[in-house]
Design a protein around this ligand. Sequence first.
Ligand code: BGC
Length: 868
Amino acid sequence: MNSIVYSSEQTDGTPIELKCEHLINPLGIDTPKPRFSWKLNDKRKGAQQSAYQIFVSSDSVALAAGNGDRWSSGRQFVSDMLVSYTGPALKAQTKYFWRVRVWDKDGLPATSSIASFETGMMGAERWKGKWISDNHDIHYKAAPYFRRTFTIQKSIKSARAYVAVAGLYELSVNGKRIGDQHLNPMYTRFDKRTLYVVEDVTAQLRSGKNAVGILLGNGWYNHQPLAVWDFHKAPWRDRPAFCMDLHIVYMDGSEETIVSDNNWKTSSGPITYNNIYTGEHYDARLEMPEWDKSGFDDSAWQPVRFRNPPSSTIVSQQIAPIRLVKSYKPQSVRKIDEKTYVFDMGQNMAGITELKISGREGTVLHIRHGERLHPDGRLDQSNIDVYYLGDKKTEPFQTDIVTLSGKKEDEFMSRFTYKGFRYVEVNSSEPIVMDESTLKAYFMHSDVRPVGELATSSSLVNNLWKATNNAYLSNLMGYPTDCPQREKNGWTGDGHLAIETAFYNFDAITVYEKWMADHRDEQRPDGVLPDIIPTGGWGYGTANGLDWTSTIAIIPWEAYMFYGDVRLLEDCYPHIKRYVDYVDSISPGGLTTFGRGDWVPVKSQSNLELTSSVYFFVDATILASAAKLLGKTEDQKKYEALHQKIKTAINSKFLNASKGIYANGTQTELSVPLYWGVVPENIKEKVASNLNRKVEETDFHLDVGVLGAKALLNALKENGYGETAYKVAVQDTYPSWGWWIVNGATTLLENWDLNAKRDISDNHMMFGEIGGWFFKSIGGILPDPAQPGFKHILLKPIFPKGLNQSSVTHTSPYGDILSSWAVHGETILYDVEIPANSSATFYPPENIRNANVITLEAGKHTLRLDLK
Ligand code: BGC
């Protein structure tokens, strides 16, 4: 093969933050066309990329010397910074190195440093290992441990463990746990798609005798106790199992694979029970010290059992992993009596606790997690222990049970469960001493990188933003959930209602790419999707309609808006089509009642047919736009016509054109059609003014459920009522978002009414639009649908009365977008930063008198704006 040569001059505009498949130096890439992306480290005014060239090689030394011997893209005279590999077929289980050279606006070149990606199995055929399990059935409670030893004679260059698991696992090599990731692999429909994880174990292997250990948990694969969503009836349910290829490359170039087979042995151990939904039970007396080291005597361990793979599709897990991201010491410890202590961790979160304690042998501790306290200071789980139908005596909800060894300070941290909590009550069977050092909490979630910053002169705005992000992260465990305690369900509606807030604040695309693959797995041949995804079968009822399951269209579209990446839309296209075609077939007139409606409203009920039909309209619109983008002209025509038909049907039935009212004119009924673009241009003003009046009538309080909460602030702000929207956003008496915060919430809640009797989780994301809205309003940072991924930015800030200063940053695919302003008397100083290779158009709000619409190139700008 000809090698491609380049030189390596550097200028200011070096490409940085190289990613492959949106991840940094990933292992286990299975796609034949990985996506490369980068940013420019170029702060100069008007910075642009005029051309790029990508070089890929399997030899880093050659690449450093200027040879991209695998592929060169050739010099492409375009500003693209997200490019798919189109070179010769990549080899499986191979490390590739890549770099990119760019030319700036003056044609000067700059070359990045070297990044890498490593391919995975690229298909099921390469696996050498067998699927193995222990000899127990689905009802057996204790977690199985597996081990094998082997000898290495040569020096090792690299070693990777490819671990496919039905259930959850922890891998250890020579007594050391590998990696810092938790709850691997992520939840999928195990009978359709099973994920494998690639672990780098080079540093843990050594010459001579080695031991490798695997511990399996049930996860969502073998759900034992009952809950209303029938997890225990999942068609895939079985005893957890795994398949592993431990692939070793030696210095001399030879290779060896240690696989899961009948050389392994298995045993139960100290984890006597584990349930992702409920808790983990641990008996320190049953510990097996050094079970994962080579010298351990495993003569009492059992042979393993061969099993069928859970599914024929085994694919690599390419996602931001779950980690223990932040730790919390107790803010206070209250001793209730000799045997009972209550810990306040100061923050509601999803996660686990770590216990360190000494006590008499056989002492049993119940570590109970929850969000609330009774007036007497004891833990109150009544708001979350609602749908759990297991045996509450032996398998209590959100409770770990630990039995002490009596021999040493025992340590316990659950491995295969997580909980939603702020407070922890520990009940001991014996009198025992506890203090601040006994318990530590870990906030655990998909470790997505923050890409949003907000700091304003309003502490309410700042706290609302923080609470929103804490609720978001608490509900991100490889898929978005509704709540981390009561359900842990991937409720579709909650997922799309929060999607803009998600993307403004976190680089979370990998989580949604995985979740959309789950959607594709769950879709019935007729197009229908379930309410909750993934699901063991529950959720194909009657309410799983448009306002919830439009995830299939909305999320790929928003990923395209925020990342400029069309891949997810392409992958989902046939599925969006099947979904829209289904709804079309049951809705010949263009209207549908398939949906749930404006869930958890304050007071007013809104028309179900109106809101469901609007979401049908949204899906048809996205489908028509996607068809256009992907060059599917016939489809484009068909779905543009459908889009028009639905719009006409909605307006004929629900719009009173002379009054400018939809249905009964609730806040939701007015804001949903406005926000989603159903209202005819010439009537928009009337509808918006009615909405404004409606909000004034409630003295700037909310009267919406989840669908209205998504639309209301946007509908007001986008139609000239930014001031009203802001007043609603920072309202702090009931009913409002702020009411939660002034009552001490550290996350968003499920119900406006703090005294409601149901739907009262304290960590919900379905009202989460507020956190993203600040980026769109006081930040005014919006993607431009014509040049998505912030290639071009629409800057439409508002400077509302009562807010003196605001600084909002979104780290877009091009780099940081800063929108920061401060009021000085009658003047506003507005600082803007536009990243290299991007540009913006600034639209001044109504209360500015001296500004016109202006275009801003990359770089820093300060605008002096006069208030009216
Ligand atoms: C969940 C919600 C969900 C809703 C739908 C609730 O139990 O917690 O967030 O969207 O059900 O009915």
